[in-house]
Design a protein around this ligand. Structure first.
Ligand code: NOJ
Ligand code: NOJ
Length: 509
């Protein structure tokens, strides 16, 4: 008895001293696993990690959610350590124009295909359905939906999809085939993570957008032909949206990815609008399904952040989904978005040494990657995901400036805790001050990104080395250009809303 009590006290002492030395005072949801199943206190602390057993309901068992052995708190966990102050995104007009030209080269690469990257070293000379649809959508957005500006890239894409949709596929329904040969348009027939179920909705969304551009400025008969492609892809969504497939990173299978669910909801709304405009009668069907899927997407909020799937927690695709699909799902301005950003920046700061270095140096912004534990090409920050975070800030800023122009309400810690805390604002700040902080934060993230590409002559690749900051993996990744240019586009809109807000205030004086 006495002996075991002494051992117990000694252990408590050890625990306390290690806890003191390295700050183990983290909230349960901030603990990142540093151990492995079966690790004990000695094994854990020898790794320099914190050991805090968590018992639930009197049980003496490891509880699934909270790791007992976890990384000590670092500067990454201090939300006030981040620097969100930047007056511009770093990228200037020349950069924007040059990146746009390099991007354009990858569209209608051959027979209407969108090449993932013109880089055969990493084997990216294929048309990925997801990359293609997202990049085509962005091309319309950054050209303000002007038919004459997009037609030369979009008409060939429509031709490409018309052929692709009808090709026999030995592996899977061709609508959920992830990638296609350039130039033949044949589905890739080698081994790959299949099916990838985000594709058809994204493609139908991009095509619907183009169809509506034609209804406004072009040929209604052509829009009608596009409708057939949309309907065929959306039939897949109507029938199989709940089935499982590979994640967008082509690695793990699940039937509950936030990215996919949010993408379905958003795309169904766009396709419904297109159907209404053409009088096709599918609007109600598509919106009803969107309403059915929406709660399954919202269920990804766990009280602390939005997680991507049962099998994986933090994932940069969630930030991308907020930026791209948030109009119809969880919006950029939402408190759940603030919480998600708060959690994710800490996670990706801990994950990448380069983020820690930059944080210590006081550099603005942060770099974001796919998910903690990623090993692809070493597991690094991704340009397209970093840009997506910047865009989330910009979208929130734009909306909040619009709202503040009508009523510049006072924000309080009791109702707006998450955004005020993340943006380091005090209780009683105005909505317009939050908007200005978000605009600045968008610029800060873009500036950080710019710092790591600025020597590469307008070229943007897939990843940024987490140790030395050099660009790596796929050269000239189309999706990287798309997201950076889209973020800059939305950032400019937010900046304009800021000016309008200031002008209105001046008038009222
Ligand atoms: C594994 C990577 O993680 C995945 O994202 C990629 O698409 C494939 N390899 C092919 O490059
Ligand atoms: C790997 C990425 O993980 C995947 O999302 C993408 O579709 C392909 N590369 C092509 O860019």
């Amino acid at each position: 008895m006495k002996n075991s009590l002494r051992t117990f006290l000694a252990l408590v002492g050890l625990l306390a001293s290690s806890a003191l030395a390295q700050n183990c005072g983290l909230a349960d949801n901030e603990k990142v696993d540093c151990g492995y199943v079966g690790i004990d206190q000695f094994g854990c602390e020898s790794k320099g990690c914190c050991w805090v057993p968590v018992f639930k309901d009197g049980e003496k068992e490891r509880q699934g959610g909270t790791p007992w052995c976890f990384y000590p708190a670092t500067q990454c966990d201090d939300i006030n350590a981040y620097n969100w102050v930047a007056a511009s995104p770093g990228f200037d007009a020349t950069w924007e124009a040059q990146m746009k030209s390099l991007y354009a080269l990858n569209l209608d690469y051959c027979g209407g295909s969108v090449v993932a990257a013109p880089d055969d070293v990493v084997n990216y000379i294929y048309h990925w359905m997801r990359d293609g649809a997202l990049s085509i959508k962005v091309w319309m957005d950054i050209n303000d939906g002007v038919l004459s500006a997009v037609q030369d890239k979009l008409d060939p894409y429509v031709t490409w999809v018309t052929q692709e949709q009808q090709k026999p596929d030995p592996n899977v329904d061709v609508r959920v085939e992830p990638k296609f040969e350039i130039c033949s348009g044949d589905p890739y027939s080698g081994g790959w993570c299949r099916p990838q179920t985000d594709g058809p909705a994204l493609r139908a969304m991009a095509l619907s957008q183009y169809g509506m551009i034609h209804l406004d400025q072009g040929d209604p008969g052509y829009a009608d032909r596009i409708w057939d492609l949309v309907q065929f892809d959306m039939d897949w969504v109507l029938n199989y949206w709940y089935t499982s497939g590979c994640d967008l990173w082509e690695e793990v299978t699940s039937d509950n990815f936030y990215w996919n669910r949010a993408g379905y909801v958003y795309s169904l709304h766009v396709a419904a609008d297109f159907s209404d405009r053409l009088g096709k009668g599918f609007g109600t069907t598509y919106r009803n399904l969107a309403d059915t899927i929406l709660p399954t997407a919202e269920a990804h909020y766990n009280g602390a952040y939005i997680f991507v799937a049962d099998i994986r927690r933090e994932d940069g695709s969630v930030l991308h989904a907020i930026a791209t699909f948030g109009d119809q799902v969880i919006h950029a301005t939402d408190y759940r978005t603030a919480q998600t950003i708060t959690d994710y920046i800490k996670t990706f700061c801990r994950e990448y040494p380069i983020n820690q270095q930059d944080l210590s140096a006081g550099l603005e912004g942060i770099l974001i990657g796919r998910y903690p534990g990623d090993t692809y090409q070493g597991g690094n920050p991704w340009q397209l995901l970093t840009a997506a975070l910047a865009e989330v800030f910009y979208i929130a800023a734009e909306q909040n400036f619009i709202d503040a122009s009508i009523n510049d309400i006072t924000l309080t810690m009791s109702s707006d805790y998450d955004w005020l805390t993340l943006m380091q604002l005090s209780d009683g700040s105005r909505l317009s001050e939050l908007a200005a902080a978000q605009l600045s934060a968008g610029n800060a993230v873009m500036s950080r990104l710019f710092a790591y590409v600025k020597n590469d002559g307008y070229h943007i690749d897939e990843q940024i080395d987490k140790y030395n900051g050099l660009q790596k993996s796929a050269r000239d990744l189309t999706w990287s250009y798309a997201n950076i240019l889209h973020a800059l586009h939305v950032g400019r809109r937010a900046g304009n809303k800021h000016q309008e807000f200031l002008a209105k205030k001046e008038q009222e004086k």
